[in-house]
Ligand binder design. Structure first.
Ligand code: 0X9
Ligand code: ZN
Length: 288
């Protein structure tokens, strides 16, 4: 029986000093494999995202009902960061349920930068962001001005050589989005990203028939520069980069009912697993 190794590291600290953690899950055989990085909780109020990433960790370590985790571990090393914005998450529990940004002090009695407008590839507050510190989509004073986005930048740059895929979990909308978010143009290899995403959404739909839309962020949702997905692909060179908008499509929005948590996680796991197993590991990874 092959072993599973899980190791926990702190990749940085939030503005208020909380740990930002990554768990690496891999075979304990000393072999280095292509990797997948998955995060959640960039946006505080999207509570289903950290829950989903935690569920993935559990399935990967303890095994899953479809028995896909052995194949997933034979193929990839896995990095999970379930909560990239711990300060905002805490604030959304203690004070204001619909808080989105981090909690850095801005002056003018305003708080927070939208971490998903702060990443440094084609960073531009004029495209779906804002220069107003009080705005919910404040892009920050400059690219990577925030400790939370810096922690992700450093970690991915240090590990990008073998990184094939980056998936960032958000809610809501039921979408599997690929770059770009800063422009309506598409990456040269968009057809490969599109077909891999369709493998994921088709597998996801098999459980409960949940429908996901696949397409580029700008074309399916709206344009917004400074997203982590655009940076992972354009800045770090990670080929398969996606933002996944989990359940639902708006009936409950960010306040997803308790009885949807488990089915959401189950179907998302199935989608992730089949997506990852479909990737051609000869193609991805940063080159150069
Ligand atoms: O606006 C966002 O940051 C994301 N939607 S959300 O409702 N979770 O806030 C979408 C981001 C898509 N990717 C880029 N625009 N780069
Ligand atoms: Zn979000």
């Amino acid at each position: 029986m092959p072993t599973v190794n899980a190791s926990l590291t702190t990749i940085g600290f939030s503005a208020e000093g909380r740990d930002i953690k990554v768990i690496k899950i891999s075979r304990g055989d000393g072999v280095s494999r292509p990797s997948v990085f998955i995060d959640g909780g960039i946006h505080a109020r999207e509570w289903i995202a950290p829950a989903t990433v935690l569920y993935f960790i559990g399935q990967m370590v303890y095994g899953d009902e479809f028995d896909l985790s052995p194949q997933l571990l034979d193929k990839f090393d896995w990095f999970f960061a379930p909560l990239l914005n711990p300060d905002g998450y805490e604030y959304s529990h203690a004070t204001y349920r619909l808080w989105r940004k981090n909690r850095v002090e801005q002056g003018r009695n305003c708080y927070g930068t939208d971490l998903n407008r702060n990443f440094g590839y084609q960073w531009n507050p004029a495209v779906g962001g804002s220069t107003n510190v009080c705005s919910d989509v404040y892009s920050g004073s400059q690219a990577f001005s925030e400790k939370e986005s810096q922690a992700v930048e450093t970690f991915i740059m240090d590990n990008r050589q073998n990184m094939m895929a980056y998936l960032t979990y958000h809610s809501y909308g039921q979408m599997w989005l690929y770059p770009w978010g800063y422009t309506s143009s598409l990456p040269a290899d968009w057809q490969e990203l599109d077909s891999a995403a369709k493998v994921g959404t088709a597998a996801l739909a098999q459980l409960y028939g949940t429908n996901y839309v696949v397409g580029s962020s700008t074309n399916v949702l709206y344009s917004a520069a400074g997203g982590s997905d655009d940076w992972a692909k354009g800045g770090a060179g990670v080929k398969y980069s996606y933002t996944i908008e989990l359940r639902d499509t708006g009936a409950h929005g960010f306040v997803l009912p308790t009885n949807q948590i488990e089915p959401n996680c189950r179907e998302s796991w199935r989608g992730l697993a089949e997506f990852a197993l479909s990737l051609n590991t000869n193609k991805g990874g940063h080159r150069g």
